[in-house]
Write a protein that binds this ligand. Structure first.
Ligand SMILES: *[C@@H]1O[C@H](CO)[C@@H](O)[C@H](O)[C@H]1NC(C)=O
Ligand SMILES: *[C@@H]1O[C@H](CO)[C@@H](O)[C@H](O)[C@H]1NC(C)=O
Ligand SMILES: [Cu+2]
Length: 410
């Protein structure tokens, strides 16, 4: 453990329990002033432990390695040449900046498909438009995990091939920041973060779940994001199903879900959500105790009838706001792909606890509005992303190392 991690823990203990005098003295005469220590920009954020799921992830890697030795696939993709996706806080500052700049680059490049979406101005919007268009056939459905895996991969490819990014898609390990997302390296508002909270704007609780249960208490935001790299980012598409209700501001409706509606990025970062639904123990429970794909993907996406968010809904509503709190337009929230890389990683860890049985496990319907009675989804159904990537079948992306994809998570 590094000193910068230990120091704030010592201070926190000292603040609550009055640490022994020598420690106090050492701090008071030390390098840093007490006042500076609360400032996340000083780098003193101490993340929550993710040891439980890290051990499952390690087991996933071991199983992949064993599988590779016993079933070599001609060496096309192996643990040595696979792309490695890493956690946000393990990237160096220049690496974070490179990812941020590549996203900003896609936001500043023209749309390649303006005829499809009237409101699409940027290449980034092309991604948002495809998601809006297909929302009701990719959530709560058999293809939920496969579709979002391929979509996130397509985004990573666009960053690399269209914006010169040399890294890979990072992920947001929710559990690390679950007790204090606002001060985390992801949301502290620094130049190396994904921007901070919105400014405070009066608003009511956010009805995140269609059942209206567990309405999210208003946090310190609700207004426009005014810090960090995305403070000037303009959201062009949506909202289609907004949940942040601010009368006179977010009460927009348009018959065309792909219409042009430029506005600021709003957030109301919620530790109420993250500390209840996206702790490391929540992820561990999901991976460990939901052993068939149907119960795994349902638990992950939430049980709205009982007010249970699940890590998928929980991650989206940790940023909350507009478009982060909109099922349709949420990819326009700049952290969408960090969140969905962690969704994908959670599935990857689950799959690789028992690769023989789980890599091809697939079940569910095809309609979000009627997941039970709609036609069954099939492994041979296509994933059609228009200009974002070539069409593949669900079965092509069930493994991240055994088809056209070649990446792992560490
Ligand atoms: C999605 O886009 C296609 C092609 O433009 C269109 O035919 C279809 O109606 C759209 N679906 C939805 C749900 O918007
Ligand atoms: C909050 O809800 C109440 C009751 O529905 C409504 O009258 C009020 O305008 C809302 N306020 C805000 C800021 O959304
Ligand atoms: Cu989605």
């Amino acid at each position: 453990m590094q000193l910068r991690h230990i120091l704030p823990a010592v201070l926190a203990v000292g603040a609550v329990h009055a640490a022994p005098a020598p420690v106090e003295e050492k701090i008071d005469t030390g390098l840093v002033q007490r006042d500076d220590l609360s400032a996340s920009s000083a780098g003193f954020y101490c993340p929550d432990s993710t040891l439980s799921t890290d051990l499952l992830a390690a087991k996933a890697l071991v199983n992949l390695a064993v599988n590779q030795i016993t079933n070599p696939n001609g060496g096309k993709c192996n643990l040595l040449n696979a792309a490695v996706r890493r956690e946000w806080s393990t990237l160096s500052k220049p690496e974070r900046k490179a990812y941020i700049n590549a996203e900003l680059c896609l936001m500043n490049k023209p749309s390649k498909d303006p005829a499809f979406a009237a409101g699409a101005r940027s290449r980034y919007d092309d991604f948002v438009a495809v998601h809006i268009n297909q929302t009701l056939s990719i959530h709560g459905t058999a293809n939920f995990l496969a579709w979002h895996r391929y979509y996130t991969w397509a985004f990573e490819q666009a960053l690399r091939t269209e914006c010169g990014y040399n890294g890979y898609q990072p992920y947001w390990n929710w559990g690390k920041y679950a007790s204090d997302p606002l001060n985390s390296p992801l949301f502290d508002g620094s130049d190396y973060s994904m921007s901070g909270n919105g400014v405070f704007q009066q608003h009511n609780c956010t009805n995140a779940l269609p059942t209206g249960l567990n309405c999210i208490p208003p946090g310190a935001g609700g207004g426009c994001v005014n810090t960090g790299p995305f403070k000037d980012y303009v959201v062009n598409l949506g909202p289609v199903a907004p949940t942040l209700a601010i009368p006179g501001i977010i009460d927009y409706h348009n018959a065309d879900p792909l219409a042009y509606n430029p506005r600021c990025l709003r957030r109301d970062i919620s530790s109420w959500v993250s500390s209840q639904w996206t702790k490391d123990s929540d992820v561990y429970d999901l991976i460990k105790n939901y052993n068939d794909i149907g119960s795994f993907q349902n638990r992950m996406q939430g049980d709205f009838a009982s007010g249970f968010y699940g890590v998928h809904t929980g991650g989206h509503f940790t940023t909350n706001g507009d478009p982060g709190g909109d099922l349709f337009a949420s990819p326009a929230e700049p952290t969408f792909f960090l969140h969905h890389a962690q969704i994908d990683r959670t599935w990857w860890i689950w799959q690789n606890q028992d690769p023989k049985n789980r890599v091809t496990a697939f079940t569910g319907g095809t309609s979000t509005l009627d997941p039970v009675n709609s036609p069954r989804g099939k492994l041979t159904d296509p994933i059609y992303l228009k200009t974002l990537a070539s069409t593949v079948l669900n079965q092509d992306v069930m493994s991240t190392t055994g088809g056209p994809l070649c990446y792992i998570y560490v």
